[in-house]
Ligand binder design. Sequence first.
Ligand code: COA
Length: 322
Amino acid sequence: MIRRSVLLGTGSALPERAVSNAELAKTVDTSDQWIVERTGIRNRHIAGEGETTGTLAILAARRALEAAGLEGKDIGLIVLATATPDQTFPATAAKVQHAIGANGGIAFDVAAVCSGFLYAIAVADSMLQSGMAQRALVIGAETMSRILDWEDRTTCVLFGDGAGAVVLESREVAEDGPGIIASRLHADGAHCDLLCVDGGPSSTGTVGHIRMRGPEVFKHAVVNLAGVLTEVLAAAGIEPKDVDWVVPHQANQRILDATARKFGLPPEKVVVTVDRHANTSAASVPLALDTAVRDGRIKPGDLLVLEAMGGGFTWGACVLRA
Ligand code: COA
């Protein structure tokens, strides 16, 4: 027997308003054809009045708790990944904690942008394994639309809003049983200017907007993801052929295809939601995971690989059995 953090339930939430490429092309100098060919994105959800990172996170958390058959009071740890918190402080995790009635435990945010969920799940797993809590809610939630420059067509067509959440529980399981088997994380601040926000409370006193040198980010993404996937599969002692589902960060269909090809994984094993949700940063992996759990693709016992790369640069991957 071995102690692992076991996945008990998943949930997600999207803003009500869906925005197609065609609708975007009415106000931005772009076209459905350009966006689909370069990225695979067809649609994204954009938060409206009253919808925030916090409200989406709370909805996703409630759905994950329901799927796990648990209540807020059962949760001792909340780790929320976001680059777009409701406020600079308090942490959005603290708002979620209060809303679901989990008061008294641990709650904090992590900032690793698009890799945020991978960072959050690794941190939560470590804390569960060290006995700091018994059950955790791990959330990725973003309202990227609030930090987009809608005049910059090279970035504003790429992102969307949403939230995803998972419930983890520390349990004794068999060696081939469920739970997180291995996680690997990395960062390299040398490239922080390639993908960043040009503002912040301590530098400009403004919120700022996303700035990205897309083609350069693309090249780093493929190399870094290939590296961390090799590393995490070796740490878990598994071969690519053993993987049932890859749940990647949803930035660009071409990155998903290139990464799958490199690993000899058939495209049918890659969960793709970038067409529907665009790049939702820290929310994209748990949103994709929840989508594939709820539509019946991911079943108990399946071996999953989650991976992401984002601003910083930061990148990471995780192997778990559902
Ligand atoms: N609509 C129409 N044309 C656009 C456009 C848009 N929304 N955005 C850029 N263009 C134009 C450019 O101006 C450029 O025109 P030019 O050739 O006349 O100068 C042309 O399209 C090609 O631009 P380029 O940036 O070279 O395109 P690309 O094939 O590299 O695709 C990205 C751009 C952003 C889709 C791609 O680089 C990418 O996905 N990068 C990774 C981004 C990413 O994953 N980031 C998140 C990581 S977390």
